[in-house]
Design a protein around this ligand. Structure first.
Ligand code: FE2
Ligand code: FE2
Length: 188
């Protein structure tokens, strides 16, 4: 049976790679239909990966005491908020308008698009947990810095989970979607 779970799958399931075999990742940049809008969409993914890393690394650093709590609180507030808001906007648009467009262009990939939508539901839950943990930390950092510190291991767990999630989801999403766009010249 196809493993579509974000927690256990090792990449885009083989039966969803029908077009990826004809349009391998290495060949995308030179493809004439690799349009600017596709590059921007992938650029957004790159920004999410980067924001996730910034927040996770900063959390490790404040735990190791190589970053002071004030600088950390600022960084967490700023970059954590950017990550959460932009991700919600991005995947909301994918569910509402981008994936239906792709499904209309090529019905062979319905299962793959459903898999990505299920990822998005999981992502919502992850983002809610991250937001909750970050807000608790930020509130306590004003009221009681000592208690704020106790929140850090839980927060680190959430920032780590987001990083792992994004690594899998964004790569599989690109491997499914970009070949469909190129094959059907959807953005060229
Ligand atoms: Fe995306
Ligand atoms: Fe997505």
């Amino acid at each position: 049976m196809t493993d579509t779970s974000i927690h256990t799958r090792q990449g885009l399931p083989t039966e969803m790679q029908v077009l990826l075999r004809d349009y391998p990742r290495e060949a995308w940049p030179d493809h004439p239909d690799f349009a600017e809008s596709i590059q921007h969409w992938m650029g957004a993914h790159q920004m999410f990966r980067r924001l996730g890393e910034i927040v996770h690394t900063a959390t490790e650093q404040v735990i190791d005491r190589t970053m002071d709590p004030e600088a950390y609180a600022k960084r967490l507030g700023q970059f954590g908020n950017l990550l959460v808001q932009n991700l919600h906007g991005h995947h909301g648009w994918e569910d509402r308008s981008f994936f239906p467009e792709l499904a209309g262009a090529d019905a062979r990939f319905m299962q793959g698009l459903d898999m990505l939508e299920t990822d998005h539901e999981e992502l919502d839950a992850l983002l809610d947990r991250l937001t909750g943990a970050a807000n608790r930390y930020l509130k306590l950092s004003h009221l009681s810095p000592k208690d704020a510190q106790l929140e850090l291991p839980g927060l680190l767990k959430e920032t780590g989970a987001i990083g792992g999630f994004l690594q899998r989801h964004l790569t599989d999403e690109e491997d499914l979607v970009v070949p469909i766009l190129l094959h059907h010249k959807l953005r060229g």
